[in-house]
Design a protein around this ligand. Structure first.
Ligand code: SF4
Length: 702
């Protein structure tokens, strides 16, 4: 028996922890944290270790499959599959134009540097504008806000956790998520250190998440964060707490001040559920802290006015003088400057095109989530063929029932995946891909999210199981068969990006040099501050070098929000939640991702009593588009008027353990109405959806 331990890094979440994989006779047997890793320093979470089970899972698809579109599959050769797919794509394009073919990349696709590039190159090479991703479900509103603020959708500020005195967290649970739109392998210890050095962490969230339980919690009505932030800004302006730095770094301060002038803490306390005195104190404490940073994530991005929410979040940092400074929010400087590259090639664009159905803006090169409508609506540009790349949108996107109907009408559905899932069980082909332990990679794509940037190369930890192929091989072959010029290889392009970036050129970095550091290497300490003026000037081609806090299309949404009727006192608003062991759905064929008895609906004791519901009971959860039976957990971890249910459960397909976990596909109950999407970002409205919850007996009587 041969035994080795191979350094690599985890590609499940943005923390990208360094790992050591134990390998026996070519099979991975255990995964530990890598103490030599420059960021995670030996830390990791349970999900990383579970990749042993995923990689060795006998239910993985390991040979190409041809489907009958009803869930039946037979093995085929790669040659047969790729030849048929290429011919059918050619014929779709000849008959209906390039936009008749679309692709959807799921979350794991973003963790394969070369694979992601090659899938995108394929769809771009066809001339199709149909690039869909998970972004409209988690990030597009952040990108839209960055467009208005900084002139580049992909310029996102980072909380400077190692130095801040005050972290104000909106709709984020970093003790569980380990941070998102930021990359750090030791988020937990960074948070603990803030408090150890006398600082504070305040979590604004409708649920008492693990982070909220550990630190200070301000409980807020789902989706009302923009009003809370506007009220904080009102206090900061009214009490002359605006930093002198603000007028040097921003334009539009007067416009912003006028917009928040009517939003007194008293005027919105019923809407936000946060009493006026708490808001005033929070605003004063944040504004007068030695250094402070406001950070927001999914709970902020998926509410009803999410671009406004992200915009006001950054406004809090700017007006208190905490933008682009040590201990405030800072801007990343990875080895490859993706915001700058994306700006050059038009991928950091905003509203460069609009969806055929719904006229929603494309944000950062990605379309809003209207794929089902684009498939089901006849006319020029109707989508007839879809490639799913490491994506299970029937599990992970709203309006899932309608998407099932749409997929069943496609002329061609191809999936690159590791399992037969609820999305690809209706596919023409499933093309099996390796796990991240079975392929080489380089960590560059999250460099802009690191406050102390590092890079890492990894060889495959183990040989591939079965007859799988990487996305680079699959899409390279398809391009070859379709006559799309291949150009340089992905690794040549990546090497070129490294060499030609400012940092790579100045410091002499190449792909070969990165390979000399199998445990990863830090690139020179903390990112610099005082950089954003120059970047804004570059992005706006010299039009401005200051943050724009007076963007009228965004601030108009504040008036719109204020004019809306508040939720009725007895209404229930649905939010999502995360657990440490589970991320999205793709690891769900592992038994240990399930927590306790499986996914349950969290409901507050007051709401449960009013409906005669007890823990463990089956209840009916209903929305405007459907209903499902779920198990209730009565808990004060959610505030009254709020219920939470995690997404990514209720599976079907060929992964038996995932199916055994039970639960429901919550996305079948969440509407995907175009008119409910944020018109500025096309973001889906996912957190704060109105629901009813009924004891099953009562539902049956009705
Ligand atoms: S926090 Fe967990 S899932 Fe994320 S990279 Fe680290 S080990 Fe992987």
């Amino acid at each position: 028996m041969t035994r080795t331990t191979v350094p690599s890094y985890c590609r499940i979440c943005e923390a990208a922890c360094g790992i050591l994989a134990d390998v026996e006779d070519g099979r991975v047997t255990a995964i530990h944290g890598d103490p030599e890793h420059p960021s995670s320093r030996g830390l990791m979470c349970p999900k990383g270790s579970l990749m042993v089970k995923v990689t060795n899972d006998p239910e993985r698809v390991t040979t190409p499959l041809r489907g009958d579109r009803k869930g039946g599959f037979v093995p085929v050769s790669w040659d047969e599959a790729l030849t048929d797919i290429a011919e059918r794509v050619k014929s779709l394009i000849a008959d209906h134009g390039p936009n008749s073919v679309a692709y959807y990349s799921g979350n794991p696709a973003g963790f394969s540097m070369a694979g992601h590039m090659w899938a995108k190159k394929f769809i771009d090479g066809l001339g199709s504008k149909g690039s869909y991703s998970a972004a409209p479900q988690d990030t597009s509103s952040r990108w839209a806000a960055s467009h208005f603020l900084y002139g580049n959708t992909h310029e996102v500020p980072l909380p400077d956790l190692d130095y801040t005195d005050f972290l104000l967290c909106f709709g984020a649970n970093p003790l569980v998520s380990h941070g998102s739109l930021m990359s750090s392998g030791r988020t937990r210890s960074q948070l603990a250190n803030i408090v150890d050095r006398g600082g504070r962490i305040v979590v604004v969230d409708p649920a008492r998440t693990q982070t909220a339980q550990t630190y200070e919690h301000v409980s807020v009505v789902p989706s009302s964060d923009p009003l809370l932030m506007a009220a904080m800004l009102h206090v900061i302006f009214a009490e002359n707490l605006v930093s002198p730095r603000a007028s040097r770094s921003a334009i539009g301060l007067d416009t912003l001040a006028a917009a928040v002038a009517p939003v007194t803490p008293e005027s919105v306390q019923d809407r936000t559920g946060v009493d006026a005195e708490t808001v005033r104190k929070l605003a004063r404490d944040f504004a007068t802290a030695e250094s402070a940073c406001a950070y927001g994530r999914l709970g902020l991005c998926r509410g009803e006015f999410p671009t406004l929410a992200n915009y006001l979040l950054d406004a809090l940092n700017v007006v208190t003088g905490n933008l682009d400074r040590r201990g405030g929010v800072v801007f990343g400087n990875g080895l490859v400057d993706f915001p700058a590259i994306n700006a050059k090639v038009g991928r950091s664009s905003y509203a460069a095109s609009f969806t055929r159905v719904g006229s929603l803006p494309e944000v950062g090169g990605r379309k809003p989530w209207v794929l089902a409508d684009e498939i089901l609506t006849p006319g020029e540009g109707q989508v007839r063929g879809v490639f799913l790349v490491s994506g299970n949108p029937i599990s992970s996107t709203p309006g899932a029932a309608r998407l099932e109907e749409a997929f069943d009408q496609l002329d061609l559905l191809v999936s690159v995946d590791m399992y037969v899932t609820e999305s690809n069980e209706r596919a023409d082909y499933i093309l099996p891909s390796p796990t991240f332990l079975e392929r080489a990679d380089v960590l560059l794509n999250f460099g802009g999210g690191m406050t102390r940037p590092w890079v890492q190369w990894t060889e495959p930890v183990v040989p591939r199981i079965g007859d799988t192929r990487e996305e680079t091989e699959i899409f390279g072959e398809l391009m070859h068969r379709m006559g799309v010029p291949p150009g340089p290889s992905p690794w040549e392009l990546i090497d070129n990006m490294i060499r030609s970036g400012d940092r790579g050129a100045a410091e002499g970095w190449t792909l070969e040099r990165i390979k000399a550091y199998p445990h990863g290497v830090e690139l020179g300490g903390d990112v610099e501050t005082g950089v954003i003026a120059q970047r804004i000037s570059t992005y706006t081609k010299g039009l401005r070098d200051t943050v724009d806090l007076g963007a009228q299309p965004v601030l108009d949404q504040l008036d719109e929000f204020l004019a809306k009727d508040p939720p009725a006192p007895d209404s229930l608003l649905l939010i999502s939640r995360r657990h440490l062991r589970s991320i999205n759905s793709w690891m769900h064929n592992v038994r240990k991702v399930r927590v306790g008895g499986g996914p349950t609906l969290h409901i507050h004791p007051k709401d449960a009593r009013a409906r005669g519901i007890e823990t463990g009971e089956t209840v009916t959860l209903a929305t405007s588009v459907g209903s499902g039976d779920v198990i209730a957990t009565v808990t004060d971890e959610v505030r009254p008027g709020t219920v939470s249910y995690p997404h990514g459960w209720g599976h079907s397909g060929g992964w038996s353990t995932a199916i055994e976990h039970g639960g429901i596909n919550i996305n079948k109950l969440i509407p995907n109405d175009i008119e409910k999407k944020d018109p500025l970002s096309g973001m889906s409205f996912l957190d704060g959806v109105h629901v009813t919850v009924t004891a099953r007996q009562t539902a049956a009587q009705q």
